[in-house]
Design a protein around this ligand. Structure first.
Ligand SMILES: [Zn+2]
Ligand SMILES: [Zn+2]
Length: 145
């Protein structure tokens, strides 16, 4: 189902079909600096179509990815791989209607997760090395209490 997403102020608006399979949660330090917590990454089937890009700016964050944000309100919006197809971006789940976001599918950069929070789900935890190698998800395990 086509769903609309937006930053806080509306200077960035977009649409697409969130994957019903669910979302990935990234615990890397860069995501946590940018957004205060882990990045809840939704994938849009068929990519993202921008309907308002006035406020959109891309930050060249690392060798592998860029981070899109709104220059007018500061909302964290997108992550995109430098090698991925155009529009195949990870979208901040918080920018989408709550009922359009699927369940937690996996955790990435799980070895970067700090001790001050934990998730109780049983989905796979992939380390930075797993992610960089494009490895299959690790065996599911329960997060430490
Ligand atoms: Zn904005
Ligand atoms: Zn991250």
């Amino acid at each position: 189902m086509i769903t609309q997403g937006s930053c806080l102020c509306g200077a960035v608006q977009f649409e697409g079909t969130p994957s019903p399979r669910g979302i990935g949660i990234c615990h890397c330090k860069m995501c946590r600096v940018q957004s205060s917590g882990p990045f809840f990454a939704a994938r849009m089937e068929g990519g993202v179509t921008m309907t308002q890009a006035r406020g959109l700016k891309w930050y060249d964050a690392s060798d592998i990815g860029e981070r899109g944000f709104c220059t007018e309100c500061g909302s964290t919006l997108f992550w995109r791989s430098k090698s991925a197809a155009p529009g195949d971006w990870a979208v901040s789940a918080g920018t989408l209607p709550d009922d359009a976001v699927g369940p937690i599918l996996e955790h990435i950069w799980a070895d970067d997760q700090p001790a001050y929070y934990a998730f109780a789900d049983d989905t796979p935890r992939r380390t930075e090395a797993d992610c960089l190698a494009g490895a299959a998800p690790a065996k599911p395990h329960r997060a430490k209490p």
